[in-house]
Design a protein around this ligand. Structure first.
Ligand code: SAM
Ligand code: SF4
Ligand code: SF4
Length: 349
C-alpha cells in the first residue's frame, strides 16, 4: 500500500478550536458502559471478557448530570454531533432520561445511538419520546450460524431483526446498519445483507475489520477491502459514488442506480481518513480519547469532580484538543501500529 504523506493543516476560522493538524472537534462518541449482552469475537472475545473480567463499577461511571455538563462543554467548543455507544448503551439504566437531558443542548444538531439492537423492542418508543431521532444497529450476518459464531451468542438473528423492526415502527429515521466484514468468517454475507437492506429501507454500511485494542486477534488477511465489497455490490446492483454530505464523513457513500437508496463503506484500513478526523471519544468514566487507537485517555472526571467551573472544564478539553496530532490509521498504512491500545468496547465505536 502507498505511504500516506503527513496531512497539511486545514485552514479554519481564527477563533475555532483546532488540533495541531487543523482539525476541529465536531463529533463526540460517548461510551455509556463497558458491558455488553453479546461477545462479538472481534470486539469482546469471551476468553478476555469472561465471567471474571473486571468491568467498571457503577459508581465510577459519570452520572447523567456529570455527562450533561461535560457534553455541554464539548458542544460549546464545536461539537454538533453526539453518538451514544459502548459496550451496549441500552444496558445503561434510564437511557431515555439522559437523552431527554441532552436533547435541549443548543448547538447540538444530532444525537445518534449505536446498539446491537437486542433491547430495542423494549425501549424504542421511549427513546423517541425522549428526543432520539436516529439509530445505528449492528448486524454482521443474516444466517443464524454465522451470526452466532460472530457474536458468540445463543440468540438468533431474529433478535436483532426485531430490534430493527421496533426502530422503524417507532419512527427512528434513518435506521442504519453496521456490518463488520471478515474474510472467511462472514464475507459470504455481502450480497445477502445488501439485498435485505434494500428491501427493508435501512441504510447499510460495511465496516472493514479493524485492529482496535489488542485482544481481537486482528490479522490483515481477514480484512475485506472496501474495493472488493464495492465491486461485488456493483456486479449485482449497479452503484455510483455519491458526494459526501459533510466534511469528516466516515462512510464512503454509493447510490444504487435503480433508485433503491444508498450503501456505505467505512474503509478505515485500506483508505484511512485521518486528515479530516473530527472525532473525540469519551469513556464511561469520563476519559477523553483523541483517537480510536490511543493507548491512554485524559481524565475529565477528575476535572469535573475536582470542582472546576464551566470555563475551566472547557479550557481543560480545549488544551487536550489543541495538542492532538493523532493519525493512527495513516501510520498503520505506512508500516503498522504498535504499543498499547484501548479496547473498542471501552471507548465506543
Ligand atoms: N454494542 C453496540 C453495537 O455493537 O452496535 C455499540 C458498541 S460497538 C463497539 C460499535 C461498533 O463498533 C459496532 O458496529 C461494531 O460492529 C464495531 N466494531 C467493534 N469492533 C470492531 C472492529 N474490531 N473492527 C471494526 N468495527 C468494530
Ligand atoms: Fe457488544 Fe457491540 Fe462489541 Fe458486539 S460490537 S461485543 S455488541 S459492544
Ligand atoms: Fe481519527 Fe484516529 Fe481513526 Fe485516524 S485513526 S481517523 S485519527 S480515530
Amino acid at each position: 500500500m502507498d505511504a500516506t504523506p503527513p496531512p497539511a493543516a486545514v485552514a479554519q476560522p481564527a477563533d475555532r478550536l483546532t488540533d495541531r493538524l487543523g482539525r476541529p472537534v465536531e463529533d463526540l462518541r460517548v461510551s455509556l458502559t463497558d458491558r455488553c449482552n453479546l461477545r462479538c469475537r472481534y470486539c469482546m472475545p469471551r476468553e478476555i471478557f469472561g465471567a471474571d473480567h473486571a468491568f467498571l463499577d457503577r459508581e465510577e461511571l459519570l452520572s447523567f448530570e456529570e455527562l450533561t455538563r461535560v457534553l455541554s462543554a464539548f458542544v460549546d467548543l464545536g461539537v454538533s454531533k453526539l453518538r451514544l455507544t459502548g459496550g451496549e448503551p441500552l444496558l445503561r439504566k434510564d437511557l431515555p432520561e439522559l437523552i431527554a437531558m441532552l436533547s435541549p443542548l443548543s448547538g447540538l444538531r444530532d444525537i445518534a445511538l449505536t446498539t446491537n439492537g437486542i433491547l430495542l423492542p423494549r425501549v424504542a418508543d421511549e427513546l423517541v419520546a425522549a428526543g432520539l431521532q436516529r439509530v445505528t444497529i449492528s448486524l454482521d450476518a443474516l444466517d443464524d450460524a454465522t451470526f452466532r459464531a460472530v457474536a458468540d451468542t445463543p440468540l438468533s438473528v431474529e433478535a436483532v431483526l426485531a430490534g430493527v423492526d421496533a426502530a422503524l415502527a417507532a419512527g427512528l429515521s434513518p435506521v442504519k446498519i453496521n456490518a463488520v466484514m471478515q474474510r472467511g468468517v462472514n464475507d459470504d454475507q455481502v450480497e445477502a445483507l445488501a439485498g435485505w437492506a434494500r428491501e427493508t429501507g435501512v441504510i447499510l454500511r460495511y465496516i472493514e475489520f479493524m485492529d482496535v485494542g489488542t485482544t481481537n486477534g486482528w490479522v490483515r488477511d481477514r480484512v475485506v477491502p472496501a474495493a472488493d465489497i464495492v465491486r461485488r455490490i456493483h456486479a449485482r446492483w449497479p452503484i455510483e459514488a455519491a458526494e459526501p454530505t459533510r466534511e469528516g464523513e466516515v462512510a464512503e457513500r454509493y447510490r444504487y442506480l435503480d433508485g433503491a437508496g444508498e450503501v456505505g463503506i467505512v474503509a478505515s484500513v485500506t483508505r484511512p481518513f485521518c486528515r479530516t478526523c473530527n472525532r473525540a471519544r469519551l469513556s464511561a468514566i469520563g476519559e477523553l480519547y483523541t483517537c480510536l487507537f490511543a493507548g491512554e485517555g485524559h481524565d475529565l472526571r477528575a476535572v469535573v469532580r475536582g470542582g472546576a467551573d464551566d470555563a475551566e472544564l472547557r479550557e481543560a478539553i480545549a488544551a487536550i484538543w489543541r495538542a492532538r496530532s493523532d493519525r493512527a490509521s495513516e501510520l498503520r498504512a505506512e508500516g503498522g501500529l504498535s504499543g498499547p491500545r484501548v479496547e473498542m468496547s471501552y471507548i465506543g465505536g
